[in-house]
Ligand binder design. Structure first.
Ligand code: GTP
Ligand code: MG
Length: 198
C-alpha cells in the first residue's frame, strides 16, 4: 500500500472544529507514548506527518489527516500521562469521548496497547466503554519490535486475557512495519473502500 496524497487537514479541540465533509474516519486511541502518532506515520509512509516524541503527552488536540481524499486518520491525545493535572485529564475525557461517541462517520477505532505490558485500568475502562456504546474497534499491540518474535504470541494472548477480549490484538511495529498490511485491510474494509487500489 503506497499512499501518495496525505496531509494534515485540521486540528480541533471541540466538535465545531471537526471536519464536516462526511468522509469516513478511523481513529487511534491509547495511553500516552504507546505509539499512536508513530503508527499513523508508518501506515501513511511518512516520517513526521504526525508529531511524535519520546516524552509522553505530545499530541494535545485531535488531529485529522486526509488520506487520498477518501478518508481521515484521526490522531487522538493519549491518556494516563501522570504529569497532567486532574482538570486536564477531565478535559481529555470530555474532548476524546465527545469525539468518539458522536461521530457517525467514525468507522473504526484502534485501541493501542504496548505489547510489552499488561493493559492498565484506563485501557480496561476504555475497552468496556467501547463495548457499552457498541463502537466498532480493533485492538493493536504496539512496539512489537521491542520483544523477541518468539514472545509475540505469549504477549498478545496475555493482553487478550487481561481485557477479556474475544480476539488477540494485532502486533504492530512502526519500526519494522509489522502488522501494516493487516491494519490497512481492516481500515479499507471498515470504510467500505475495499476496492480502493492505491
Ligand atoms: P502521545 O501523543 O503523547 O499520546 O504519544 P503517542 O501514542 O502518539 O506516541 P508516539 O508515536 O509519539 O511515540 C512515543 C515514543 O515511542 C517515541 O519515542 C517513538 O519513537 C516510540 N515508538 C513508537 N512506536 C514505536 C515502535 O513501533 N517501535 C519502537 N521501537 N518505538 C516506537
Ligand atoms: Mg501522539
Amino acid at each position: 500500500m503506497i499512499i501518495n496524497n496525505t496531509d494534515i487537514f485540521t486540528t480541533a479541540v471541540k466538535p465545531e472544529g471537526f471536519p464536516k465533509t462526511g468522509l469516513p474516519e478511523v481513529a487511534f486511541v491509547g495511553k500516552s507514548n504507546v505509539g499512536k502518532s508513530s503508527l499513523i506515520n508508518a501506515m501513511l509512509g511518512r516520517k513526521r506527518l504526525a508529531r511524535t516524541s519520546r516524552q509522553p503527552g505530545k499530541t494535545r488536540a485531535i488531529n485529522f489527516f486526509t488520506v487520498e481524499d477518501k478518508l481521515y486518520f484521526v490522531d487522538l491525545p493519549g491518556y494516563g500521562y501522570a504529569r497532567v493535572s486532574k482538570s486536564e485529564s477531565a478535559k481529555w475525557g470530555e474532548m476524546v469521548e465527545g469525539y468518539l461517541k458522536d461521530r457517525p462517520q467514525l468507522k473504526r477505532i484502534f485501541l493501542l496497547v504496548d505489547i510489552r505490558h499488561e493493559p492498565g485500568e484506563n485501557d480496561k475502562m476504555l475497552y468496556e466503554w467501547f463495548l457499552h456504546y457498541n463502537l466498532p474497534f480493533t485492538l493493536v499491540a504496539t512496539k512489537s519490535d521491542k520483544i523477541k518474535r518468539s514472545q509475540v504470541q505469549k504477549h498478545t494472548a496475555l493482553i487478550r486475557r487481561v481485557l477479556g477480549a474475544e480476539d488477540a490484538p494485532i502486533p504492530f511495529s512502526s519500526d519494522t512495519k509489522d502488522g501494516r498490511d493487516s491494519l490497512w485491510s481492516i481500515i479499507l474494509d471498515s470504510c467500505g473502500l475495499s476496492n480502493l487500489t492505491l
